[in-house]
Design a protein around this ligand. Structure first.
Ligand code: FAD
Length: 385
């Protein structure tokens, strides 16, 4: 019986597991994740502003895998490709086929102060820690390090949180490059920029967080923000064990895969951990690609076992949305440029559809409907969010 090991139960790993468990072959599938639960990341920022119940964003991994797949809650620490062995703290496991789907994690860029004092936003545990700090402290400043998608979402959600709770705090986004949102189209950047300005959120470009002392944050140019909560979202990197692997990687540690999502004989990688290049550009770290890559990698494992030629991965980009908590979102979906409430609604519909488990889907539908009504009434009372 062929032994298959999957590392990481996110969108890619779970999509692969589904495909493998339904393929009709008698396989010995072992699944590892360092956590007991899978987190639904796209709604993490909405826990802050819209008050979503964070528990609706998690689901027990074992419940999603069914009985055919063996699940171990263990962190993978290393891999020996020659011996075809995966190592965890307690044991080692042999494979015939390997699929790495360990996603990405917050990159603290080896900054010990950031690691001690800043709040990350990459898991349900992270957002619960952030909410707990908001409940215990009266912050006067919120500093968001990183002006990408997550930074923008976090800033607008903090704005909504402050409005709802009558807190007069300053919200500042600190971005190292000359513009927010990296390579996104100009119209989106200016739409988002205008929205941030309307919300009173300050954006400091060509700037970095230089020093962090507990709740005191020093930004380049000498600006000091006291009683500050620092939210750390300047970028991600892949899992620690990947950094040590003797394979081709980009600076974030994403493993370079070929057109079949393979990086060596019998070894595949999918989702955020994989660097797949389409038309000369690496594809984005996104839910849609992770799910599609996970399924395609699983398919290619099945085809390898059946000694059939592998299929090339052909990504279909359905588009993307930058959700903002005052419902003035924007995005490009099926080639159409969208602004305002419609992309917000589409984002939530995608999230409910993709979320894990019926209980969570029902709970999130209720939570999000309530949040949309609540923001409508806030707008009417205050003129704008
Ligand atoms: C705040 C936030 C908002 C986002 N919003 C959107 C959005 O609106 N739309 C969108 O398309 N994308 C969004 N993304 C990106 C999207 O969530 C990722 O692209 C997607 O989760 C990647 O899926 P994945 O399966 O590759 O990895 P992940 O979902 O990250 O899962 C990886 C799994 O591997 C496990 N793991 C890691 N290391 C190890 C190890 N050593 N041993 C065992 N297990 C390990 C982890 O515990 C985790 O469960 C967002 C991301 C964040 C953080």
């Amino acid at each position: 019986m062929y032994k298959i090991i999957i590392i990481g139960a996110g969108f890619a790993g779970l999509s692969a597991a589904k495909r493998l468990s339904r393929c009709g072959l008698n396989l010995d599938i072992t699944f590892f994740d360092k956590k007991e639960d899978v987190d639904f990341l796209p709604l993490i920022p909405d826990v802050i502003g819209r008050g979503l119940d964070a528990d609706l964003l998690t689901c027990r991994i074992q419940d999603l895998l069914g009985k055919k797949i063996r699940f171990f809650k263990e962190e993978v620490l290393s891999i020996d490709f020659e011996a075809k062995q995966v190592f965890t703290a307690g044991s080692s496991y042999i494979y015939d086929f390997l699929l790495i789907t360990s996603g990405s994690q917050t990159n603290f860029f080896a900054n010990p102060e950031a690691q001690s004092y800043a709040y990350a936003l990459n898991s349900v545990k992270d957002v619960k820690a952030l909410i707990s700090a908001l409940q215990k402290n009266r912050f006067e400043n919120f500093v968001i390090c990183g002006g990408g998608y997550t930074g923008i979402e976090a800033a607008t959600n903090l704005c909504l949180f402050c409005r709802k709770n009558g807190i007069a705090a300053k919200i500042v986004i600190v971005e190292r490059s000359p513009g927010i949102l990296g390579p996104l189209p100009g119209w989106m950047k200016s739409y988002v920029g205008d929205n941030l300005k309307k919300l009173g959120i300050e954006v400091l470009l060509n700037s970095v967080v230089e020093n962090i002392q507990s709740s005191r944050v020093l930004v380049s140019g000498g600006r000091v923000l006291e009683k500050a909560m620092l939210i750390w979202v300047p970028g991600v990197k892949t899992a620690d064990f990947i950094q040590q692997l003797p394979v081709d990687k980009n600076p974030q540690g994403r493993i370079v895969v070929d057109e079949y999502l393979r990086f060596r004989q019998g070894c595949f990688c999918a989702g955020d951990a994989a660097l797949f290049t389409a038309q000369g550009n690496p594809i984005r770290m996104a839910v849609q690609f992770s799910i599609a890559e996970g399924a395609q990698a699983a398919d290619n494992i099945i085809r390898s076992i059946k000694r059939l030629p592998l299929n090339k991965f052909q990504p279909r980009d359905l588009g993307f949305i930058i959700p903002m908590a005052n419902n003035r979102s924007c995005g490009a979906v099926f080639g159409l440029n969208l602004k305002g409430f419609l992309p917000t609604l589409l984002h939530f519909m995608m999230c409910i559809y993709r979320s894990y488990g019926l209980r969570n889907k029902i709970g999130l539908t209720g939570n999000l409907a309530k949040a949309l009504i609540c923001i409508g009434s806030l707008r009417r009372r205050r003129g704008k969010c």
